[in-house]
Design a protein. Sequence first.
Length: 262
Amino acid sequence: MRKSFFNRQNTAVTALFSGSSIAELVSKIRKAAAEGADGIAIELHELPPELRTVDCFRRIMGEAYLPFMFICYRGCKWYGTDDEARQEYLLRAAEAGAEVIDVMGDLYCQTPGELTEDPAAVAKQKRLIDEIRQRGAKVLISSHMHTLPPMSANEIKRVLKIQAERGADICKIVTNGSTKEAFLEAIKADIELGTEFEKPFIHLTNGPFSKLHRFMGTKLGLAMTFGVPDYDSSSYNQPLIRSFKTVRDTIPWDLGDVIPEK
């Protein structure tokens, strides 16, 4: 029986990668599963459109009894900023059995920080979310805000609240963690989200404290975090899956030890 990203007792250490062929993706999935990944997140931007079929998605998901998430951001080699075109392939992934589909927070209205509040774009996002659910998948809404100035804990929580109200099953934000003050605000946000927020959430940062923050997130209530089986030129800022699991499973403490579950 396939596992799930939801209703877990700990953070799902998820392998994140892309590939330009089915064979490459299969190889990476097998490696990630062997390293103990709790789930797989695949970015479609390198996969040729003719390979983005329901049958191909089913084939690659058949390589591991793990939950799968599919992502297709504007870095797609074929469709770039064509938001409409990219969603068709994500809908196919949902139909094929993906548990989670990533919906950009500024889909249909590109916005710095990836969280549009344009009414027409938001309405289209909600219709897409409904269609994704009709095909059997859940929705992660993501906002990458790491190119903006550092945010306070309250600002971080506000973004995730908007995502939740929009219909996200998992809320995700990536923030600017370039200063020690930003790092402390990120930790504050995680603790408050871990004890107050009703939806599963992901909060990642960039900058010099990024890896430390990601490791700490496994003890502060994050639903999911992203790692790699091995380092390569595109994944230097992602911790290894085995390193994540060592921290998560060895440190005998998490937020629930000091603050009772809701």
